[in-house]
Design a protein around this ligand. Structure first.
Ligand code: FEO
Ligand code: CA
Ligand code: CA
Ligand code: CA
Length: 624
């Protein structure tokens, strides 16, 4: 567990120094330099930090090999790949691409993404996994060029979630196809809308005049886990599944969410009117939410939690504040969109999960505003409330209810003056509950109109990304104010010198990468960082190789490369067995767009998204 005495004293001093400054608390004066560890090329005055006591593995070099490489003494073993059966009566995977929708509905979905492990006993657990989208070039023998109605059903069954029990035998976890909790949730699973937006006119459709019973979840990117035993799956680029058979027009709100009325690449609207926005203009409003699922009850109805706002959700980083309010940090992954915080109305009651079950139904949503001190790369910020009737969220400005504020959270965020960010991806709260990290993956549009360079987004045409971290005032996650700095600025110090594109001082030729995306802490406070970036290994990205996973010490700033992925993949999703001796990570879309990969089976096999289990040959804790 987190050892405050050994590892946290430096941060504690920093918090003290920062929060005792009147200027910070009143929000008027700049925060002094040096309060945070200044791990950036502008502030070179900071002394070198001692070698991390957290990072005990031997780092691996960048790689372009079509395999998963892990440190010496570690091994990586596949757990489950797209198309593997999750029920005893399910057909085996057929690589021909001719398998029908009924088979896919009983098999592991495509494009594994965020996931959480829920222990049942020492050697049994349930894994809840997101299946973000699907790759037509591998899903079908015709690669999507000759879609039938069953092909649309098959694609709809390839996305959503997979819930599956795993058992450990002789130290090795494996899928239990007879697990009582095993379940597929797809684009056609019945859900229920809850919270302030439920039943609003904007959520009503011909098929559901109540506006409370949406069907399906898709583009489930990353995730969250609650202490009352539920899984949070976050709907991200839902717009890509909507279209129209004949080109039509869209309004400004639809446009802000990327909805267009023209034939979509997935072609669902051809056979399923629900996805034709000219026929069902409100259907997209029923997507873009955080969905709460009970992984222990395969008959439960997933609940869309409207109080957490509608946008392109990345993950849901939940923490219990010291006053027992539930706080959830939420990124909206689009260039120039925002970072959000939800605070529950009611309080968490330890041991009373029945009462906790609806804590995400009511609360207050906020959006972040960061101060933009010139070139400081640190400063303060505040949470702006997104409540109808406050901060200009009024009828004069086009908001008529809290439901509208939540359904059009992006427009509400703009109205209150939120900071445009470089694509907020995952947020992770440190196990000491005092500070929070968020990956800002990249943003080629930074510097263009409406997206000024500065604050936590310091580079024009940002192709590498950065990680921002913040501490709420007095460690109170419900506080208005916070202090922030940049934990790292990704870059390429061999291609760029003497500017921010070289990266921060904790980035060097041996650990460089681009586009940080998935992040998460283990129990000891190691920060695991996964990438979803440019894997060309050329030009600005020369020497960075395939997508990868790194491990950072959140105090010293040291970052070491832990793992490299196969060709044309993204590494995304991480969770651990309760004893931290097995780490589960996702290899998403190896060989995407028909690039040369045969991961994981090798030979001439079809590449398949796969969950990998990382273990140590000596059975020890991962990373230690
Ligand atoms: Fe699905 Fe923003 O990544
Ligand atoms: Ca992501
Ligand atoms: Ca990404
Ligand atoms: Ca991806």
């Amino acid at each position: 567990m987190w050892n405050r005495d050994e590892q946290d004293s430096q941060f504690s001093e920093m918090i003290e120094a920062r929060l005792s400054r009147r200027g910070f608390l009143t929000g008027t004066a700049a925060v002094s330099a040096g309060a945070f560890l200044a791990l950036n090329p502008v502030a070179k005055a900071v002394a070198a930090k001692p070698t991390s006591s957290l990072l005990k593995f031997e780092p691996v070099p960048a790689s372009t090999a079509d395999t998963v490489v892990v440190p010496k003494g570690y091994k990586a073993t596949p757990l489950i790949s797209w198309g593997d059966p999750i029920f005893a009566n399910a057909p085996e995977f057929d690589p021909s691409g001719k398998q029908q929708s009924a088979a896919q509905a009983l098999q592991f979905g495509d494009n594994t993404d965020g996931m959480s492990l829920f222990p049942i006993s020492e050697d049994r657990a349930v894994l809840a996994i997101n299946n973000e989208y699907t790759n037509y070039e591998y899903l079908f023998d015709h690669q999507g060029k000759n879609m039938t109605s069953d092909d649309v059903l098959k694609a709809q069954a390839a996305v959503g979630n997979t819930i599956v029990e795993i058992v450990r035998k002789d130290g090795q976890w494996m899928i239990d196809r007879n697990g009582k909790r095993n379940r597929r949730i797809t684009a056609n699973t019945q859900m229920k809308m809850t919270g302030p937006a439920a039943g609003h006119d904007l959520l009503k459709t011909a098929a559901d005049p109540s506006g409370t019973m949406p069907k399906g979840t898709f583009n489930n990117c990353a995730n969250g886990q609650t202490p009352w035993g539920t899984y949070l799956t976050c709907e991200e680029n839902f717009n890509s599944f909507f279209g129209a058979n004949t080109e039509g027009s869209v309004n400004a709100d639809q446009k802000r969410y990327g909805i267009s009325a023209k034939p979509s690449d997935y072609q669902w609207q051809k056979f399923d009117e629900r996805f034709d926005v000219t026929k069902n203009p409100n259907e997209p409003n029923r997507h873009g939410w955080v969905v709460e699922i009970d992984p222990n009850d395969p008959n439960s109805t997933p609940l869309k939690r409207s109080a957490l706002g509608r946008f392109k959700h990345e993950n849901a980083a939940l923490t219990i504040n010291k006053d027992n309010h539930v706080v959830v940090y939420l990124g909206d992954d689009e260039r120039g969109e925002h970072l959000y915080r939800f605070v529950s109305k009611n309080k968490y009651q330890k041991g009373n999960d029945a009462a906790n079950r609806d804590l995400l139904e009511e609360g207050t949503l906020y959006v972040a505003q960061f101060d933009m001190e010139d070139k400081a790369l640190k400063g303060q910020g505040r949470w702006l409330e997104l409540t109808f009737g406050k901060n200009g969220l009024t009828p004069e400005n086009g908001f008529n209810s809290q439901a509208e504020v939540l359904i059009f959270a992006r427009r509400a965020a703009t109205q209150v003056g939120a900071t445009t960010m470089d694509r907020p991806e995952w947020v992770a709260v440190h196990p000491n509950n005092e500070y929070v990290f968020c990956t800002l993956t990249n943003n080629k549009n930074r510097g263009k109109e409406g997206q000024p360079v500065g604050g936590p987004n310091p580079r024009e045409k940002n192709n590498y990304g950065q990680i921002v971290r913040w501490m709420p005032v007095k460690g109170d996650h419900t506080a208005e104010m916070f202090a922030w700095d940049l934990y790292l600025i990704a870059g390429n110090p061999t291609v760029n010198q003497g500017n921010l594109y070289a990266g921060s001082e904790n980035i060097n030729a041996n650990n460089m990468f681009n586009s940080p995306d998935g992040i998460g802490f283990d129990k000891a406070g190691r920060l695991w960082i996964q990438t979803d970036g440019n894997y060309s290994n050329k030009g600005e990205f020369e020497g960075q190789g395939n997508n990868q996973m790194l491990c950072g010490d959140p105090i010293t700033g040291e970052v070491h490369r832990f793992l490299t992925g196969p060709v044309a993949c993204e590494i995304t999703g991480l969770t651990f067995s309760a004893d931290q001796k097995t780490m589960f990570i996702g290899v998403q879309h190896p060989g995407e767009e028909l690039q040369a990969s045969n991961f994981p089976a090798g030979g001439n096999s079809k590449p398949r998204s796969t969950i990998m289990m990382i273990t140590r040959e000596d059975g020890g804790i991962i990373g230690a």
